[in-house]
Design a protein. Sequence first.
Length: 469
Amino acid sequence: MDKMIEEDRMCERDYPVEPYKIKSVERIKRLSREQREKALKDAGYNMFSIPSEKVFIDLLTDSGTSAMSDNQWAGLMTGDESYAGSRNFFHFAETIQDITGFKHVIPTHQGRAAERILFTVTTREGNYVPNNIHFDTTRANLEIRGVECADLVQEKAYDPEADILFKGDMDIDKLENYIKDKKPENIPFVMITITNNSAGGQPVSLSNIRNVSKVCRKHNIPLYIDACRFAENAYFIKKHEPGYSGKSIPEIVKEIFSYADGATMSAKKDALVNMGGFIAVNDDGLAERLKNNLIISEGFATYGGLAGRDLEAVARGLREVLEEDYLEHRIGQVRYLWKLLSKEGIPLYAPPGGHAVYVLADRFLPHIPRHAYPAWALTVALYREAGIRTVGIGGVMFGKKDEKTGKETFPELELVRLAIPRRVYTLSHLNFIADAVIQTYKKRDQVKGVRIVHQAPHLRHFTACMEEI
């Protein structure tokens, strides 16, 4: 019997088998090439501006795109839509308290709302906030308050060929030096993003979280975790960090949060829902200030911009995401697509991360210079080729232009993220995606660069209008 089980696991490592069966389907339609060409022009060559009905396979994000379970859908019917004190809030709060160990839970409508509220209450102009790597909304919510953001991830994170574990780890020496330089009193908190979305979706080790916590405790600086993919990060710890193979996912998760003073979360990722988020903290006074700020713009403290049914779906999803067979399939899908592309020579960020495959766009399109945004150009090419929507994580998202000189500085990595929605696509979809990327690679010399025609002052990638060069 043991041999048969091991053979089954070997099989699953070659191709991930869904630990669920499909009960409901949504029709998708592939447009003709001419229709896709028109859609691109109408959208200003911006993937965020293309209507979803004109997308065949949508890899734009894994945020809010999950397929909910029958258990979650059943939970929607128990929604208590009372303005204050909904029973679903208490289930929501008790679930998060049990999973994370934090005392206070404040619901928000999504992760960036959690960030805005936390940062409004805890930061002021002239502060400094280090992270392994800030994601786009995190950085924007800090910078708009006049806070300087520092990315202190280990250097190997910027080497896409370094096939090592836990490339999302923060560099402890960098953190110590940064605190010494900026002074602890000017640093309202330190943050760790798990997994590290902006650098290949790479996990952070528990030993690194523990060491960051020690540094923060020494300098009396709070530590917060951006926890949107906490369960996926825990799976990597269980599989690859010494001493944790015998631990359950809930045990690992509880230890992760034990080293922090609080967390923000976009529930649209690892809570397997389409909308929701929260802030969780231990400090009584801080919790009170956060609730007061929430009430101004989000809603009462027991709903935070969410319906009771949404709170219930989050509570149930947070339990489901801790199931190891789900996580094995989830991570397995990403690994499967990564292997399909890697064996055909597609330049990829290594190793495969938790929620997406990252293509090295500047190596995929070496004829396109950074100022012509190769990652953005590749997203256009993939949609034109096969109706697949992806997102560029590179110069358009993180580039900075000096207003005086007009010179633009670019991030070290120029990536296209193929984000896999949870419980949505099958193996045949993944095979189709791989074929499309490979076909685009074979005729990569035909791909054109792009220029920005119009952009917003913050988060420009969401609304920018582009044209091909």
